[in-house]
Design a protein around this ligand. Structure first.
Ligand SMILES: [Zn+2]
Length: 378
């Protein structure tokens, strides 16, 4: 192992390297996969690729994963015949996204992830608090933290936050592809995706009001239970209302996102918002999906990830608000140079090559994510 590789390995261990947005739980539940088996990775958008299974997390030196639980909205299948066919033919859990209620399915997804974790209790463990995280990391294991992608699974019932808090959920991404009754969502599916040429999705993006009364109640409950708020997928107007409602009392997150200065899309954060999130003590996870980061053909990916991170640094004045949120296993098209978790050392090496001091590299890799959890989780 070269000296630099040793440095990268040490930084990953000590930071610890934290991916604030990945979807191994989706592979465990919808594909009924054993996350300790070896599956193929892939350079392109391939729903069968495996990017954040436990072997790849270990070989990439990932210490903590904020595991996003997402039961696909039923409307995706209603809007798209092709998805309906693919899902029916290929998803062992197809019935589970077309029947029953999404909240029960969500709990089943968390159960499935916990069963995968329980296969190797010596190497990976679920953390339900910051104290758990510290203990698990001291034991040298990977820590998994449950998070939710989208509130549609709550079915307009803020009381369900109680159940999720008991399960250890650390954070909720308020919006996703369709209306959820709490907060308005942007169109979150890439326009150049081949699927969009074959199906007409009726996302109803931008709905009003940006934040409903129910949404305000939800935010109050989340803060009361010390659960963090993620504004990714919200409209700019909805994000503004969330910042105002939270009043900088808790850190605000956006875990898998880009910046509007480099790619002008309502999905991305404006410079004012970068400053607003920084002022709340929060942080921004840069998505490892070049589509959202740049309108140009952005090469192999690391370059535009760097440009996005550097922009957040320049606007907020420090590296204290930059994280990574890869979206691996989220049916995304990853950068060619970093197609799965095992290739994350290339990202860290890039930060060192660009001259980012080691202390700041540690913040980006995991220090900032840990600070936010300490401030806003249990
Ligand atoms: Zn997302």
């Amino acid at each position: 192992m070269s000296h630099l590789n040793e440095t990268v390995a040490r930084l990953h261990r000590e930071a610890p390297l934290t991916d604030t947005h990945a979807h191994p739980a989706m592979k465990a539940y919808l594909f009924r996969r054993n996350l300790w088996r070896r599956y193929r990775s892939s350079m392109v958008l391939n729903p069968f690729a495996s990017r954040a299974d436990f072997n790849r997390l270990e070989s990439g030196g990932v210490g903590i994963v904020w595991s996003a639980n997402y039961i696909p909205e039923r409307q995706l299948l209603e809007d798209c015949f092709l998805l309906r066919v693919i899902s029916a033919l290929l998803l062992p859990a197809h019935r589970k996204i077309t029947t029953g209620n999404p909240f029960d399915r969500l709990l089943e997804m968390m159960d499935a992830m916990e069963r995968e974790i329980a296969r190797r209790p010596d190497r990976v463990e679920l953390a339900k608090s910051v104290a758990d995280l510290r203990r698990i990391r001291e034991a040298g294991k990977i820590a998994i933290v449950h998070t939710l992608e989208s509130t549609h699974m709550l079915e307009r019932d803020p009381e369900r936050i109680d159940v999720l808090a008991d399960r250890g959920v650390a954070m909720i991404i308020l919006a996703h592809f369709y209306d959820n009754g709490f907060v308005a969502h942007v169109d979150g599916m890439p326009e150049d995706l081949w699927l969009r040429r074959l199906c007409t999705f009726d996302f109803g993006a931008g709905g009003t009001p940006p934040l409903t009364d129910l949404g305000r109640e939800l935010l109050r409950k989340m803060v009361e239970h010390r659960m963090l708020v993620d504004v990714t997928h919200c409209t700019p107007a909805a994000r503004a209302e969330v910042y105002a409602e939270l009043g900088r009392a808790v850190p605000v997150l956006a875990t898998h996102i880009g910046v509007a200065r480099l790619r002008n899309d309502p999905y991305n954060l404006t410079d004012d918002e970068l400053r607003e999130i920084a002022a709340s003590g929060g942080a921004i996870g840069v998505i490892f999906m070049t589509y959202w980061l740049s309108p140009d053909k952005p090469g192999n990916g690391l370059e535009v990830i760097w440009q996005t991170m550097e922009h957040i640094h320049d606007v907020t004045g420090s590296w204290d608000h930059v994280m990574l949120g890869t979206d691996f296993d989220g049916f995304t098209d990853p950068p060619d140079d970093v197609r799965d978790a095992s290739e994350l050392p290339k990202f860290t090496q890039m930060l060192l090559d660009r001259g980012v001091p080691e202390d700041d590299v540690m913040k980006i890799l995991g220090g900032n994510a840990m600070r936010v959890l300490e401030a806003g989780w249990r």
